[in-house]
Write a protein that binds this ligand. Structure first.
Ligand code: ZN
Ligand code: ZN
Length: 143
């Protein structure tokens, strides 16, 4: 546990008691990510508490969408998503809608990456236009 004590902490390790509920930084040995956790919780939960290894928080180039599923998001529209989300800063199961650009029909559609990966797994198209909802979309946009 002491090995994981991050040098980002202002408090020195010998200045804190094990009972303290103060949040400190820990550097995970597996993913090298730094996270904060109280001394108490760290003792209770041990080394398995890393939020990155547990896929609770994204760590660029470790568990992010781009890192683990880049071949699943070839439709990613970098221009439209520029202000929304960066695939190297989100987890694959992110539920926020992003813009994808269909490689088959070249239309843009909105979907969460979680649904997209689920559709990929089930071999279902995620694109509204390819799925045959073209007319609905057309009327909606021209109304
Ligand atoms: Zn970790
Ligand atoms: Zn399509």
């Amino acid at each position: 546990m002491i090995e994981e004590y991050s040098n980002k902490n202002i408090t020195k390790l010998n200045e804190i008691g094990y009972w303290q509920n103060k949040s400190l930084y820990w550097k995970c040995k597996i993913c090298s990510g730094t996270y904060s956790l109280s001394v108490q919780d760290k003792i209770k939960k041990g080394t398995s508490e890393c939020p990155y290894c547990n896929n609770l928080k994204p760590l660029p180039s470790f568990n992010t969408l781009q890192h683990v599923a880049s071949n699943e998001i070839q439709d990613w529209n970098y221009i439209n998503n520029y202000l929304l989300l960066n695939p190297n800063e989100i987890l694959p199961n992110n539920t926020k809608n992003v813009w994808l650009n269909c490689q088959k029909c070249n239309n843009n559609y909105l979907i969460s990456t979680k649904s997209k990966l689920l559709n990929n797994k089930r071999k279902i198209s995620s694109c509204n236009f390819c799925k045959g909802n073209r007319y609905k979309q057309f009327h909606f946009l021209n109304y």
